[in-house]
Ligand binder design. Structure first.
Ligand SMILES: [Zn+2]
Length: 432
């Protein structure tokens, strides 16, 4: 067994070994970040039943949230600027320094910035960045105190651009929840005036039944109402036997079935990895057809399940192909970005559009629905379908206004690929 107390080891040997372990540790740190970055980029955590890289690092690797977030962010930056890996491995740059540099690195300045930050303390790197990338002074403001308790500002959260569909989860927040004793959690957050007014109004509204409700009681009552409302709105839990008609295409899910799925699945993602780890995420839940409707899947309890958005997309990629879905979604997103730039640049065009919206006979079309429709057309065009096919396929967006882009593309691909297969079969038949 390793003697960790080292009581019998002479001073000179302890010092020599410390330097040696430190050297190896820095190399191992760089390799650890490199592996995290690849798992993150390839989204390998999804197949193992985790909805985000952060969740995988915390739950599977037992990293703290802070260190996991740092490694993920540094890893993403280092994939773009591999000199960061080298600087960490050689012990020239610590993780905190790399994290500070990350948002400022460009192909032009990366080597220079990393060299300037080498062997510098965190404070020195902060000063270096303040010199090269000066920021405006903080605005002087006096925040109103809530219930007499002074609210300290939350820790700064380093900005980053996340890869699409890759979420680090709910943990990067300015609010803090600290367990204080069994059953008690301390909250620390900052609210704006509007929130304060809402709290005051809510307190007045419930003053008959709870005349002395304090902040904790107010929050509990407000959240109970909010959770009940959202569960009813999204999954029909608690809704009175209202039953929507099941559309011919089978996409609409009757409330009673929606409720059954939600209750059966425990209100969380059911995706389970090969090692038996169930995702269990309660964030961005979607109801998924195990066998997609486009491939003939029925809207039945057996064929429905709750999945988080990340796993829903993962499953769609498994069925329709990763490149296929990725390309469709990315191209659609690029198209959307291009349209936004064009819309901003052309004031004349925007005015024209506004005029068009005002004169539309049936009132302005819902912008989100129009956007969804346009994105589906763009995705189908990107996949090689002609304009007529794409416009036809995009009708699914109009029929399923609550569906996501991925769901609409999945739905549209079914009939389109059946037609292609049919035509292919006809061609094969006619050529024999
Ligand atoms: Zn999930």
């Amino acid at each position: 067994m390793t003697d960790y107390l080292l009581n019998s080891v002479p001073d000179s040997i302890v010092l020599r070994d410390l330097a040696s372990h430190d050297h190896r540790q820095k190399d191992a740190d760089a390799l650890l970040i490199a592996h995290i970055a690849v798992v993150d980029e390839r989204r390998l955590y999804l197949g193992l039943g985790y909805s985000s890289m952060l969740e995988y690092c915390v739950a599977q690797l037992n990293h703290t949230e802070d260190s996991a977030l740092k490694r993920i962010r540094v890893g993403r930056a280092a994939r773009r600027h591999p000199a960061l890996f080298v600087a960490i491995a050689e012990g020239r740059l610590h993780l905190s320094g790399a994290l500070l540099l990350a948002p400022h690195l460009t192909p032009d300045n990366a080597l220079d910035l990393i060299a300037a930050a080498s062997r510098q303390s965190k404070l020195a790197i902060e000063r270096l960045l303040a010199e090269r990338f000066p920021r405006p002074d903080f605005a002087t403001c006096i925040a109103p105190e809530l219930s007499g308790n002074k609210v300290a500002p939350g820790p700064p959260v380093p900005s980053e651009s996340q890869a699409p569909g890759v979420s680090t989860g709910p943990l990067s927040s300015h609010s803090r929840a600290t367990p204080l004793s069994p059953g008690r959690v301390g909250w620390q957050t900052t609210v704006d005036d509007e929130t304060q007014e809402l709290l005051d109004e809510f307190q007045s509204l419930i003053s008959h039944s709870a005349p002395t409700a304090g902040m904790a009681e107010l929050l509990k009552r407000a959240l109970t109402i909010a959770v009940t409302h959202e569960k009813k709105r999204r999954f029909a839990v608690g809704a009175k036997g209202r039953s929507r008609v099941v559309a011919a295409k089978g996409r609409d899910i009757p409330d009673s079935l929606l409720r059954e799925v939600y209750v059966r699945d425990g209100g969380c993602c059911t995706f389970t990895g090969p090692n038996g780890h169930r995702c269990g995420s309660r964030r961005k839940l979607e109801v998924d057809h195990k066998t997609p409707v486009a491939l003939g899947g029925a809207t039945t309890l057996d064929n429905l399940r709750l999945l988080c958005r990340a796993h829903n997309r993962f499953e769609a990629e498994r069925v329709f192909g990763k490149e296929h879905m990725q390309r469709a979604v990315e191209l659609a997103q690029r198209e959307r970005a291009k349209e936004q730039v064009a819309a901003q640049a052309g004031a004349e065009r925007a005015a024209e559009r506004a005029a068009e919206r005002e004169t539309a006979p049936s009132g302005p079309r819902d912008e989100a629905l129009q956007q969804l429709h346009d994105d589906v057309v763009a995705a189908l065009r990107a996949l090689g379908y002609n304009e007529q096919q794409s416009l036809g396929g995009a009708k699914v967006a109009d029929e399923n206004p609550k569906a996501t882009l991925e769901e609409c593309v999945k739905l549209a691909l079914g009939p389109l690929s059946r037609k292609v297969r049919h035509r292919g079969a006809m061609r094969a038949k006619s050529s024999t």
